[in-house]
Design a protein around this ligand. Structure first.
Ligand code: GUN
Length: 297
């Protein structure tokens, strides 16, 4: 029997709709949640991601403080902009779209963002708090994957989860989150140095592909009935498309469909969830600032 296709597009729409309701309440209380999205240069994939974020901000009714800087922007200019936004009390979230041009040190930039406004959850303070289970902004993609599993009714308690990919943005934080008591999964992280990868992935009740390697997970690497979450967003040249490319995941979808119990497609799987969770984090940040202001009254 073919796997159930998890509709991330629909689940994300539901989350945006709930976020819009909460945003409205906050606006009625005099606070307009505001996100500053900074894009440096014109990397086509980044432009497309930023456009998606702007559309979501408009839909949920939040203020969009997008700033598009030219490719030649210096590191110091970018850091100065971040300092200004850190100090601006009308801005609740700051996101610098990655990757940055090579002449800018991404780590330095992330460190410059106030942890209180780091709605990406990339700052070491947020990452550290996430690891020890303290309140933190959860990185949007791992958070989106957890919500997808919950909404689909995938049991994580006692499940064997295998994550392929060890990035700071997805693999590492997702592994930590899945081992929290509330999810209670047993997690294995695989990477380019993993030997006998198939033997490990075939044990996964939950298989998460986050390697950025198109089609690397084949049907024979999947345990029958497993939940397969494809985080990969790869641009593959395709002359039949007007854009000249198509998006494909890390999983060979047609093969996986025959084996898995449920699976996320690419596009319309994890991607829209990442943006929805960014809206959730921005709302949370605005609420945090409101509560802090009330405590100081
Ligand atoms: N580039 C790819 N994914 C992301 C993300 O989640 N946040 C940021 N800031 N840049 C990205």
């Amino acid at each position: 029997m073919a796997a159930t296709i998890i509709n991330g597009y629909e689940i994300a729409a539901k989350i945006r709709s709930r976020t819009a309701e909460e945003t409205l309440k906050l606006k009625e209380a005099g606070i307009e949640p505001c996100l500053a999205v900074i894009l440096v240069g014109d990397n086509p994939a980044s432009v497309s991601y930023v456009t998606g974020k702007q559309k979501a901000l408009a839909e949920v009714g939040m203020k969009d403080r997008s700033i598009h800087l030219k490719e030649e922007t210096t590191e110091e200019e970018l850091l100065e902009l971040i300092r200004t936004l850190n100090e601006d009390s009308t801005v609740h979230g700051i996101l610098v779209q990655l990757p940055l041009p090579r002449h800018i040190n991404g780590e330095k930039v992330i460190m410059a963002i106030s942890p209180e406004k780091d709605v990406d959850g990339f700052h070491p303070v947020n990452m550290g708090n996430l690891i020890i289970g303290r309140k933190a902004f959860l990185p949007c993609t791992p958070h989106g994957v957890l919500v997808l599993l919950e909404e689909t009714g995938v049991e994580t308690d006692g499940a064997r989860a295998v994550i392929v990919g060890r990035s700071n943005i997805v693999g590492k934080p997702l592994a930590i989150l899945l081992t929290r008591k509330e999810y209670n999964a047993t997690v294995t992280i695989c990477h380019t140095g993993t030997k006998k990868l198939k033997e490990i992935t075939r044990q996964a009740d939950i298989l998460i592909a986050a390697a950025g390697s198109p089609g690397m997970i084949t049907g024979d690497m999947i345990k029958p009935g497993a939940a397969v979450i494809d985080v990969g967003v790869n641009r593959i040249p395709d002359s039949t498309k007007k854009s000249g490319f198509r998006l494909t995941g890390d999983v060979k979808f047609e093969e996986a469909l025959e084996v898995a119990g449920c699976i996320t497609p690419v596009p319309k799987g994890v991607g829209p969830m990442t943006i929805a969770m960014l809206m959730v984090n921005t709302l949370e940040s605005a609420l945090n600032f409101k509560n802090k202001a009330n405590r100081q009254k």
